[in-house]
Design a protein around this ligand. Structure first.
Ligand SMILES: [Zn+2]
Length: 115
């Protein structure tokens, strides 16, 4: 259900952002979904499919979801580390860090339109 409301809010955002005429030419939506965002790409795809049932105005629009990895920035040395296997340790100085700068977000990365 969570994913359904996400799809609704994405479509609402697009409808506020673009003219209806432009949206008719929309070909694809590209999302970036953080590993820690609590959004399951598979469920989001399902929810999107349900929202854009055949015959709805966006049923030709593809949804692409890219997972974004977790990055932390060390409070001590400011080094940015790509977190692997949930090890929240600075790779530069070895200190643990919970200062997450990427991986919790869900964002509309790109919209593709027909020419
Ligand atoms: Zn550090």
């Amino acid at each position: 259900m969570h994913e359904t409301s996400i799809v609704n809010s994405i479509m609402r955002t697009l409808e506020m952002e673009f003219e209806a005429e432009k949206l008719q030419k929309m070909k694809a939506i590209y999302l970036k979904v953080g590993v820690l965002s609590n959004i399951e790409p598979r469920l989001l795809h399902n929810a999107y499919g349900a929202y854009n049932y055949c015959g709805s105005k966006y049923h030709n629009v593809d949804l692409h979801i890219e997972s974004t990895a977790i990055k932390i920035q060390c409070e001590v040395c400011n080094h940015i580390t790509l977190v692997e296997q949930y090890k929240f340790l600075c790779e530069n100085c070895g200190r643990p860090s919970k200062n997450i700068i990427q991986g919790e977000e869900m964002l509309i990365h790109k919209i593709e339109f027909e020419d």
